[in-house]
Design a protein around this ligand. Sequence first.
Ligand SMILES: Cc1cc2nc3c(=O)[nH]c(=O)nc-3n(C[C@H](O)[C@H](O)[C@H](O)COP(=O)(O)O)c2cc1C
Length: 378
Amino acid sequence: MTQTSSDRAAAVAALPAFARTELCARFDVRHPIFAFSHSVPTIAAVSRCGGLGVYGATRRTPDEIRAELSELRKQAGDVPIGVNLVLPPGMPEDNDPESIERELPERHKAFVAALYEKYKVPPPKRRGMRTRFLRSNEIAAQQMQAVLDSDVQVVACGIGMPTDFVEQCKRRGKRIIALCGSPKHARRAIDSGADALVAQGHDSAAHTGPIGTFSLVPQVVEVAGDIPVLAAGGVMTGRHVAAGLALGAQGVWTGSIWLATEEYGLHPLQLKKLVAAGSDDTVITRSESGKTFRQVRSAWSDEWSAPDAPRPLAMPYQDMLVGDLLGAIDDHEVEPLMHYAVGQGVAWIRERRSVAEVFEQLVQESRVTLAALSRITP
Ligand SMILES: Cc1cc2nc3c(=O)[nH]c(=O)nc-3n(C[C@H](O)[C@H](O)[C@H](O)COP(=O)(O)O)c2cc1C
């Protein structure tokens, strides 16, 4: 008889715990493995495996967030699930993309036009993921309301953590996780009421800071006191999970490892690039969003780092400058320019597997590694 994916997830959730940390008790999870993803099926599967899946909703409209969180609940059942928003301060008030487009410098627009021409990118079929709405206080307020109205138990704040939102989440019984790239961020997040901190090191995918995971995690642990910390940035195997625990974290926060799962459904050309890449094939560029962003190296990052390229604009101007082009590159499969956010742990991305297989391997390897470590203690 073939095992269904939900049987497999249930079997993983029933595996003996490899580490029973306070984090597990506070977030009601069996295994202290948290996952960030933009894919509802991926997140649902992680939570069904006994971890905690957190859905990345920052680029979704308020209506999409409502529909997707209710679909996530349906797929996950009654286990804990989370949602992530990125709420940077200093964004424009209104959702008025044209007002930003009018201010884009001619030199930057000419550079983008030249990329269309050089790589023969056909015109966009629709507005891109970064241009379909403007990152603005107006949209952020509606996204936060959609999250408040949902039944997710956990809210993770990427960049920015408005105190009023945190208080409202807490009144509704939601737990707050804050992503931190420095001890200073961690102190701020604690003052704003975080229930757990993610110490997200330089190795990690997407928006990332300058401090490496190995240096960052113990510093955040020191600042955190009895607030649990999750280690993030390069966690791809059970050895990384054990190392995170050794650094004082009570669990791990992962992103890149889920990109190659069947549930995530990454485009085959993107998957090919990730499988071919080693840790030194990722770069940090501001050309994606205006903030430092780790992705696999491609003609896109090379063009923006050329000596005659303009300096990327600040968020949300860069979003508006490149959003439609980025959408067109993916929609028309313009291979040299295609790229994806991924961390230095890309070296471990080798093949497509199910979330349950990846999760089970993490749990088993973590147990084996921790047992091996206990044996070397005299
Ligand atoms: C494709 C992708 C997109 C991401 N987007 C976000 C995001 O919207 N918000 C956020 O807080 N973190 C985002 N992250 C970062 C993850 O939350 C996580 O911190 C990071 O992936 C951990 O490092 P790792 O990739 O080495 O596991 C993203 C990660 C990936 C792989």
